[in-house]
Design a protein around this ligand. Structure first.
Ligand SMILES: *Cc1c(COP(=O)(O)O)cnc(C)c1O
Length: 378
């Protein structure tokens, strides 16, 4: 924004990979009087949420809803199923994997960390060295191993296909502030029968996170302590919106915006941080800047000039990349606008790049839509 102005005009381009922009409909659903969380109206709301969230995780088992960010749901997953000294196999895919490992250590668990360079995903072949055969679930079963499979889907749930039951996951950790298009402050544990059984013998101390009390109270439509009523009002509506669009359409939209963004980055002649297309994220693209250019300075300049925020950088590549989010309530035109702002910001910052990224993104989006139209007509 100009230096002599204190107002940023228009909508902020919140291109961080969560929290994501809130749809007006979710905002309005939350802008309602507080209801009694022990009353009959609440029980109806809780039922909508507790039943609805199962369709998002694709599970017929209960899903626990916590008033906490994703980190709380990580802790819940660990303390409900494990005991001091238990070993946890983890893969160093990036920042969050590293934080989760540190948490496991703090809780008195023994993480075994398969190291990585932050530029690829979890490699089943490397896990095979530990657990014999891929894919991961099969490896665990084939080894006759009592291990539980836990998956952090905070940045992917409700943005790309995910099937808790079918894929044999024991605890799935989710968060509200990404694909679910809600404010931060709510997170989830979807749990398998095996995880429930493990909870019976788990010895790590737990109170707030304990699944058993939650499950008992949830059965009658209530929570053991004051639930985040307004977040639940929003959640009921966000689940409704996802189904109105159709989950498969939600996933296709995220895949399309992700590919359009990558095409823009390549057309600019810049490098995508992720080395292997197999591990590309449908929700965020990290862009490496040429040597000698500070990504934090670039983000600040883009924010000032074009009212756009990108995800920050961490770890071994800190200050060398910025992340463009493409998740949540984002459509084609919005993402193209974000890419146009980015192309302008690259120009303004004097970062060497080629023009035509926005055009490449638009060409891809048009082709994706006309392919879809043709397929529908056939
Ligand atoms: C965003 C994100 C988190 C965030 O955890 P919070 O406690 O909600 O900040 C954790 N894991 C992954 C994979 C994420 O993308």
């Amino acid at each position: 924004m100009p230096q002599n102005s204190s107002r940023a005009v228009g909508r902020h381009f919140l291109q961080i990979p969560g929290p994501t922009p809130l749809p007006d409909r979710v905002l309005r659903a939350m802008d309602t009087p507080i209801i009694d969380h022990r009353g009959p109206e609440f029980a109806k709301l809780a039922k909508r949420c507790l039943d609805g969230i199962k369709t998002i995780f694709k599970t017929s088992n209960p899903v626990i809803i916590y008033t906490a960010t994703g980190t709380g749901a990580w802790e819940a997953a660990l303390v409900n199923t494990l005991s001091a000294g238990d070993r946890v196999l983890m893969v160093e895919t990036g920042q969050f994997a590293t934080l989760w490992k540190v948490m496991a250590q703090k809780l008195g668990l023994r993480p075994e960390f398969i190291s990585g360079d932050w530029r690829t995903g979890a490699d089943a072949a490397k896990i095979e060295d530990y657990l014999r055969k891929e894919p991961i679930r099969k490896a665990i079963d084939a080894a006759g191993h009592p291990a539980l499979l836990m998956v952090d889907t905070i940045s992917s749930l409700a943005s790309t296909d995910y099937r808790h039951d079918e894929w044999g996951v024991d605890v799935t950790i989710g968060g509200a502030q990404k694909g679910l298009m809600l404010p931060p402050g709510m997170s989830f544990n979807a749990i398998s029968d095996k995880a429930l059984a493990a909870a019976k013998s788990s010895k790590l101390p737990k109170s707030f996170w304990a699944w058993d009390e939650m499950l008992t109270m949830n059965k009658i439509g209530f929570f053991p302590y004051t639930p985040a009523t307004q977040m639940l009002q929003g959640l009921a509506v966000s689940i409704e919106m996802l189904h109105e669009e159709g989950l498969d359409n939600v996933f296709a939209r995220h895949a399309r915006l992700a590919e359009a963004t990558r095409r823009a980055v390549r057309a600019w002649g810049l490098e995508i941080l992720c080395r292997d297309p197999k591990y590309y994220s449908p929700t965020v693209t990290a862009v490496l800047l040429p040597d000698g250019h500070d990504a934090d300075a670039f983000r600040n300049l883009a924010l000032d000039a074009f009212n756009i925020s990108y995800g920050a950088s961490f770890g071994p590549y800190a200050k060398r990349y910025f992340r463009i989010g493409h998740l949540g309530d984002v459509n084609d035109g919005w993402q193209v606008g974000a890419l146009a702002s980015t192309e302008m910001a690259l120009g303004l910052a004097g970062i060497p790049h080629k023009k035509g990224g926005v055009q490449a993104a638009m060409d891809y989006i048009v082709a994706a839509h006309s392919g879809g139209a043709r397929a529908a007509a056939e």
